[in-house]
Write a protein that binds this ligand. Structure first.
Ligand code: SF4
Ligand code: SF4
Length: 275
């Protein structure tokens, strides 16, 4: 992708805002690390400020409201109304595991144009819930994507990559083109750095994988983001990641022991990386 800048804004496919870190499921290989993260909720004021800052310089086809599980956010309606008002992209997509979709308020439904529901073998969504969601979406012409997720990409490395491995992984990684994200005032090409920094003793090192957006010079910021999206050098986070071409594994829920082991493994790897 070459990311043209049109009317001062970098044209991208999608921009994700992860409004919760935690989830009501514990999927192995969760690309958002939700099973091993503490509860976290996006602050509605910071959410608004981040979107105002980023919409000056990035024009995604759609803005994705994601988690963790976004329906665990008690102010979800307020966040969706804000996103609808600010029109960062042409459309808004809510991405969810679907379990709590009956709690989505009519006003929230009216703010979205796309709904992506992940369907896992375990726990499977009840058929009457699926019918309810399909009905509510059809009434509003919302495009629903039912995504069967019986396989997960094994993103987590157990051993730190060499520089050549990280460079190759980064070069082949489709995630960095499809999962741009913004959180706490930084734009990231993929979802991983915003989380890895939470486990690292040197969090700022992984924060450097993102671009600060609360700066005045919009033209310079757009150019910096475009440069970031087209760079060839890997991110710090790529040394801990197998990338989008990694092998697939069967979907499963993690038990508490496996969650502890995953967290310890990630913390250990973050201590091994050098700036
Ligand atoms: S439902 Fe999604 S966010 Fe939640 S643990 Fe599974 S993959 Fe992660
Ligand atoms: S950390 Fe690197 S390899 Fe992993 S998803 Fe992001 S860009 Fe791809």
């Amino acid at each position: 992708m070459n990311y043209p800048i049109v009317d001062g804004r970098v044209q991208t496919r999608a921009l994700e805002y992860h409004i919760t870190d935690h989830c009501n499921l514990r999927c192995d290989h969760c690309c958002s690390f939700s099973p091993i993260l503490k509860k976290w909720l996006a602050d509605p004021v910071a959410f608004r400020e981040d979107l105002i800052a980023v919409r000056r310089v990035v024009r995604p086809e759609f803005l994705k409201i994601v988690g963790g599980e976004p329906l665990l956010h008690p102010a979800l309606e307020e966040l969706l109304v804000t996103a609808h008002e600010l029109q960062v992209g042409a459309r808004i997509q809510l991405t969810t595991n679907g379990i709590l979709l009956r709690q989505l308020t009519p006003r929230s439904w009216d703010c979205i144009q796309m709904l992506s529901v992940s369907l896992y073998p375990e726990p499977a969504l009840p058929k009457d819930l699926i019918r309810y969601v399909a009905r509510e979406a059809a009434r509003r012409n919302i495009e629903v994507s039912w995504k069967m997720q019986d396989k997960f990409t094994c993103l987590d490395r157990t051993v730190l990559a060499t520089r050549d491995e990280a460079r190759d992984t980064f070069a082949d990684c489709w995630i960095r083109h499809r999962c741009n994200s913004i959180k706490n005032g930084r734009f990231y090409s993929c979802t991983r750095p915003q989380y890895i920094q939470k486990f690292a003793a040197d969090g700022p090192l992984f924060a450097e994988d993102g671009i600060p957006v609360h700066v005045e010079d919009a033209a310079a910021l757009a150019a910096t983001i475009r440069e970031h999206l087209t760079q060839t050098e890997p991110l710090h986070s790529c040394f801990l990641c197998n990338g989008g071409q990694a092998p697939l594994d069967t979907h499963r829920q993690l038990n508490p022991q496996a969650i502890r082991a995953k967290r310890e493994q990630l913390v250990t790897l973050t201590t091994q990386i050098t700036p």
